[in-house]
Design a protein around this ligand. Structure first.
Ligand code: GUN
Length: 306
């Protein structure tokens, strides 16, 4: 049976390392400060943001939630971001994605002070990542790198396949694996032989948002499989077809009428992979942990500490 890569264990390790850095910053004047901008009332975003604010509070990071309405204009949002850029007590700014259709997201991301960009989404920081210069890195892929490191999974010289090409996960993930000396392939919905590409991967990352798309035939026996997918299935026919053979997930669906599943087939990965991240409890906890790290990094950089 494959080894389970436990995201909660990795998260706890990362957060433990944050404590003394936060104490040092607090003793030097004030704790790190994080502002989270949540537009509208998207249910998933509300849960993510609540967890970000809660984790900050538990650790002793000052945090503030701003909640403009779903009808906010680009100009109004830019004004909010400019206000946060100017605040001395705010070290990190996060604008929760996705933004409503009327908002020009790229203008908003461009407005965040790159020094306070704890998501690493500003084009300047994207450039820092691509050229392997220091700077904040997107939280989900950097959490995955921490997980691979803390479980001693070798990357150098390995074949890595990233399924998904989003700015938030797929593209930065590919860059980070490349900098760690993997041979990297990025696949997506138009890849002609997705199964063949995936089957060559020593490290396979699913980040395409398609429930249980990656079945046994996509997994090289013994591979490390990282599942970034967070798909909620609420329809019985879909559950029966995509989760066929995943008895525990199907039982959960029958109990609750809904089930959360990743991009990788949960039964197949347990049988085929060498190591894998479960959903939930794999990659999910890492994103918030790395947001805390990025906020502390930003606070230390802004104050010349560290
Ligand atoms: N939406 C989904 N993931 C993220 C993230 O890591 N940061 C932000 N800002 N929005 C997201």
């Amino acid at each position: 049976m494959a080894r389970i890569l436990d995201g909660k264990w990795v998260r706890d390790q990362i957060l433990k390392d944050c404590v003394s850095r936060i104490e040092r910053l607090s003793a030097a004047g004030r704790p790190p400060g994080l502002a989270v901008v949540l537009v509208g009332n998207d249910a998933a975003s509300e849960i993510y943001v609540r967890n970000k604010v809660k984790t900050s509070g538990d650790l002793g990071i000052y945090s503030e939630k701003l909640t403009p309405s779903a009808s906010v204009t680009t100009e109004e949002l830019l004004e909010i971001v400019e206000g946060l850029n100017a605040r001395a007590d705010i070290d990190g700014i996060l604008v929760q994605m996705p933004l409503p259709a009327q908002v020009d997201s790229s203008r908003v991301l461009l407005a965040v002070d790159p020094e306070k960009d704890v998501d690493g989404f500003h084009p300047l920081n994207v450039g820092n990542l691509v050229t392997n210069r220091p700077g904040p890195r997107p939280c989900t892929p950097s959490g995955i790198m921490e997980m691979l490191r803390r479980y001693d999974i070798p990357i150098k010289g390995k074949r890595a396949v990233v399924v998904g090409r989003s700015d938030i996960v797929g593209k930065p993930m590919a860059m980070m694996l490349l900098h760690a000396h993997a041979t990297v392939t990025i696949c997506h919905s138009r890849t002609s032989d997705l199964q063949g590409e995936c089957r060559r991967a020593d490290i396979l990352v699913g980040a395409i948002g398609r429930p249980a798309l990656l079945t046994a035939d996509f997994i090289k026996p013994g591979a490390t499989v990282i599942d970034v997918g967070m798909n909620r299935i609420t329809d019985a026919a879909t559950a029966r077809s995509v989760l066929a053979g995943a008895t525990e997930k199907l039982a959960e669906f029958d109990r609750k009428g809904a089930v959360l599943t990743g991009d990788v087939h949960p039964g197949d990965v347990a049988r085929t992979a060498g190591a894998y991240t479960p959903v939930p409890g794999g990659v999910g906890p890492l994103t918030i942990a790395m947001l805390m790290v990025n906020t502390i990094d930003a606070a230390e950089r802004r104050r010349g500490i560290g």
